[in-house]
Design a protein around this ligand. Structure first.
Ligand code: FAD
Length: 513
């Protein structure tokens, strides 16, 4: 007869391991006498990157009892209002285009999508994103999504936001939260995995502590996938036919401007990939994600350091090989793989931590008993596959609609690599009509309005992708659009005026001024 599971074993003490421990401890514990043990190698370092997030983080921290103040102080965190894409596309004159992907959704105007108004009637000098959110203006003015006034320093402004954080310090904060709440932390090396006669994981062999019996194991061992791939032989499904980048290099640099702090992740296209720039409170994390088929490590290093200029004087970037794709199944027998052990898609939209978060929530919802009922496992796996495919398609979109011809990498990224079938079909439709609300059912992260922001941000309809005028069935009211834009811009101006300066707000929160 099926019995409740009494112990969860997590192997790996990176962001995935500690986030799993923290969410399971807070999400599952009520009413259960559940022991959680996290085993972390004292010898193998974490990947040490992964410092930009998406807007689920405020909710996650709150749920786990971590105050924003503690988080900002401990993790040298800053606000992130969106991602800036520079030089992914070029305009008709060959000049680099820059656009922001914000954490905001456009409202409808009457019964019509705002994107339709914008693409049909234009908005003067405004980008599409500026027609529905103050995000771009906040980024330019280095504002935090908080306002001072009426004695309420912390009053929130309605603007979507996430955080930048120091990955090592965030793991430390989660570790403290978990161990205080009763999670057992073993610093030990897993040396072997013992399987029972059904092929389930029966125990782990640890270097110092010996045999550790297992009921449910969560594999968070990073790209190694020691339990899911090495012990259980679950195949890894590579996404290399869709995405070329398979290496990264990372380095930390100081802030040049000590006064201003930009609340944005920047992604700048280079010759064989793109460079991220994540401004934390005390330093900037930056790196180059590139394709080894188009650059050796030395070539990539030279190109990256030239891009950083004097900021990177004496810098020695660390090279990180990346395995891009996902396991055929995320949950196999009594093992669930999370984080890099489960899969990874290049970090263009900073989704990996969010994917860990979502997976743990699904595991909590479909938590098994000792019989590991297959329908629970199968459903979890379907949800996970769908999430990976959704993120993959959205990332592929950025390359498929690139129009650079100045290096073989950009030509290959657009013309040689495959586009997943569903996306290929949609891309044909979107030549004639903007992405619509029914185009992407069941989207967890990227709905049609996010796709609109990318297409209009890249200005694809001005540079050859679109086929003439976009389709629409209804008449647009130009006067209504003009009046909407006027009101919207007045509100934006007012919000920028009352919002706190980003750096000063964080300094005050940290008790430094
Ligand atoms: P790791 O950090 O590699 O941790 C693995 C753990 O397993 C370590 O504690 C190690 O000690 C342990 N371990 C390994 N072997 C053993 C053993 N034998 N016994 C015991 N323990 C063992 N994500 C985002 O959300 N936003 C981003 O901006 C972002 N940028 C990224 C940029 C790059 C270049 C890369 C590669 C990733 C990025 N990610 C990003 C992803 C993010 O870094 C990871 O999802 C996250 O750090 C989780 O890593 P992990 O815990 O799975 O693996």
């Amino acid at each position: 007869m099926a019995k409740p599971i009494r112990e969860i074993t997590i192997v790996g003490g990176g962001t995935a391991g500690w986030m799993a421990a923290m969410l399971l401890q807070t999400g599952l514990q009520q009413g259960r006498k559940l022991k959680i043990t996290l085993i972390e190698s004292p010898d193998i370092a974490t990947v040490g990157v992964g410092e930009a997030t998406v807007p689920n983080m405020p909710r996650t921290l709150h749920q786990c009892g971590i105050s924003e103040r503690d988080f900002f102080r401990t993790c040298n965190a800053s606000f992130k209002l969106g991602v800036d894409f520079t030089d992914w596309n070029r305009d008709r004159a060959g000049k680099p285009i820059s656009y922001i992907n914000p954490f905001a959704r456009p409202p409808a105007l009457g019964h019509q999508e705002l994107g339709v108004y914008y693409s049909d009637l234009g908005a003067g000098p405004l980008d599409f994103v500026q027609t529905y959110t103050p995000t771009v203006d906040f980024i330019r003015a280095c504002r935090a999504p908080r306002m001072s006034g009426a004695g309420e320093f912390d009053q929130k402004l309605k603007i979507g936001y996430a955080y930048h954080l120091d990955a090592g310090k965030f793991a430390g904060l989660m570790q403290k939260t978990c161990t205080e709440a009763g999670v057992r932390h073993l610093r030990d090396n897993m040396q072997d995995v013992e399987l029972d006669d059904r092929g389930y994981v029966a125990a782990l062999q640890l270097e110092r502590s010996g045999r550790h019996p297992v009921e449910l194991v969560i594999d968070c061992t990073g790209f190694r996938g020691l339990v899911i791939n090495k012990a259980l032989n679950e195949p890894f499904v590579s996404y290399s036919r869709y995405l070329a980048n398979d290496r990264a290099m990372a380095v930390q640099i100081p802030h040049r401007d000590k006064q201003k702090l930009e609340p944005v992740t920047r992604s700048t296209a280079l010759g064989a990939g793109w460079s991220w720039r994540v401004p934390l409170y005390n330093r900037i994390g930056t790196g180059y994600v590139f394709s080894s088929a188009h650059r050796t490590d030395d070539e990539a290093r030279d190109e990256f350091l030239a891009h950083l200029g004097p900021d990177a004087k004496d810098a020695e970037p660390r090279v990180i090989p990346m395995r891009i794709g996902r396991n055929r199944r995320a949950w196999v027998k009594n093992c669930v793989a999370l984080g890099l052990a489960g899969g990874f898609i290049e970090p263009l939209e900073s989704t990996a931590i969010h994917m860990i978060d979502m997976s743990v929530r699904w595991l909590t919802t479909y938590f098994p008993d000792s019989d590991f009922a297959p329908p629970l496992r199968d459903h979890f796996n379907r949800l996970t596959d769908r999430m990976y495919d959704e993120v993959r398609d959205f990332i592929v979109l950025h390359y498929a609609l690139g129009n650079r011809t100045d290096s073989q990498y950009w030509i290959d990224a657009r013309e040689t690599l495959e586009v997943p079938d569903r996306l290929a079909e949609l891309l044909e439709t979107w030549r004639y009509a903007l992405p619509g609300p029914l185009d992407l059912p069941k989207a967890v992260l990227f709905d049609h309005s996010t796709y609109q922001a990318v297409l209009l941000g890249k200005r694809v309809y001005e540079t050859g992708y679109g086929r003439g005028k976009l389709a629409r069935g209804t008449r647009l009211d130009a006067a209504q659009w003009k009046s909407y834009l006027g009101q919207m811009r007045a509100q934006v101006k007012q919000k920028v005026e009352v919002a706190c300066d980003h750096r000063s707000y964080l300094a005050e929160m940290r008790g430094e001024i």
